[in-house]
Design a protein around this ligand. Structure first.
Ligand SMILES: Nc1nc2c(ncn2[C@@H]2O[C@H](COP(=O)(O)OP(=O)(O)O)[C@@H](O)[C@H]2O)c(=O)[nH]1
Ligand SMILES: [Mg+2]
Length: 331
């Protein structure tokens, strides 16, 4: 055993020994492989890890064919939206979830190692948004549960370490991996696929350029944005300090394109404690449907207070609501 292994290797190995499920063991082995320095002295160990990985992989495939046990992980959705973090190893995904939520993300002396998806709730003003920390994307193939998680997410946060000298390669590696499962970043119109190609599923994403406290060269940040083009915005960030947390929370909220609507009963003050949360572009009728199905069926008119109208204006059921509107529904 070479002596010059990084401390996190032993930390992951400890997790491996404690891991109960095959997917978890597999994730640990993959991460062990990713953190060991790649040189002659570790070749034997690398080969050993690769063999163990492929053995577990074929075990999993067999058990899946037999249909014995559901495979992998899933995360129960909670809050107004689910945002899944993706990115290469050590870019700061777990640190970011920790910085933005009150979830007790795994705190270790060593860099955190993540082997399964871990949700945490982010408070933004009066709503909660679920952030899901995930294991790193690595060259090779993505696991099916991971692809499902990404597909089902309302949006992605792609976390990059902008001081890493290989940040551009890491961005490309993540994009290639996602693309091999038909997922691409973006929210605009999908390009027409060639007849024999499957359509890419577009996922809106914000790219977090993390670790700016370490003062990355300005060109690196510019190149990342250039490479992203129109597909996603780059948000320079640091999990150290915390003064950027509020603006990142707002950027995540804006990415999700949600509107909060408060209801009031005629003659009473609005109920500002509990907003109804809808997708941008939703109508008064859709608010009514959320409040109660009777309201949806019997809605006669509505009055609205907020940004899109003068206060107390009567509006039609197809009126599009805006964030922070107050609505009075009339049956
Ligand atoms: N300087 C600096 N270090 C960071 C920052 N965010 C994370 N790190 C460090 O980067 C390493 C990897 O972080 P971690 O959150 O485990 O990354 P993950 O593998 O993407 O989950 C840890 O040593 C963190 O302390 C940051 O904003 N600035
Ligand atoms: Mg992690």
């Amino acid at each position: 055993m070479p002596a010059n292994l990084p401390p996190q290797y032993h930390e992951i190995e400890r997790k491996f020994r404690e891991a109960k499920s095959t997917p978890e063991k597999l994730a640990c082995l993959r991460e062990m492989l990713s953190v060991i320095p790649k040189h002659k002295g570790t070749e034997k160990l690398q080969g050993d890890l690769k063999r163990r990985i492929s053995k577990l992989q074929s075990q999993l495939q067999k058990s899946r064919k037999l249909g014995r046990r559901p495979y992998g992980f899933s995360v129960q959705r909670e809050g107004a939206a689910q945002v899944v973090l993706v990115g290469p190893a050590n870019s700061g995904k777990s640190s970011l979830v920790k910085a933005l939520t009150r979830a007790d993300a795994e705190v270790a002396q060593y860099p955190f190692t993540t082997t399964k998806p871990m949700p945490g709730m982010m408070q933004f003003e009066d709503i909660q948004i679920q952030l899901v920390d995930t294991p790193p994307v690595m060259p090779g193939s993505l696991e099916q549960w991971y692809v499902q998680l990404v597909m089902n997410a309302d949006a992605l946060l792609l976390v990059l370490d902008v001081v890493s000298p290989s940040v551009l390669e890491e961005l490309e590696m993540v994009r290639v991996q996602l693309a091999s499962h038909k997922v691409a970043l973006g929210s605009g119109a999908e390009p027409e696929p060639a007849p024999d190609e499957e359509r890419l599923r577009l996922k809106k994403a914000l790219v977090v350029g993390n670790k700016i406290d370490l003062e990355p060269p300005r060109e690196a940040v510019e190149l990342v944005q250039e490479l992203l083009g129109e597909t996603a915005r780059l948000f320079p960030f640091s999990t150290v300090g915390g003064d950027l947390a509020d603006s990142l929370k707002r950027a995540i909220f804006e990415l999700l394109d949600l509107v909060r609507v408060y209801t009031k009963v005629p003659g009473k003050k609005p109920d500002l404690d509990r907003p109804f949360v809808l997708r941008g572009g939703s109508t008064v009728l859709e608010v009514a449907a959320l409040v109660h199905k009777d309201f949806e069926a019997n809605l006669k008119s509505a009055r609205i207070w907020g940004s899109g109208a003068f206060d107390g204006q009567y509006v039609q059921r197809d009126h599009v609501v805006k964030d922070k509107d107050v609505i009075e529904l009339h049956l």
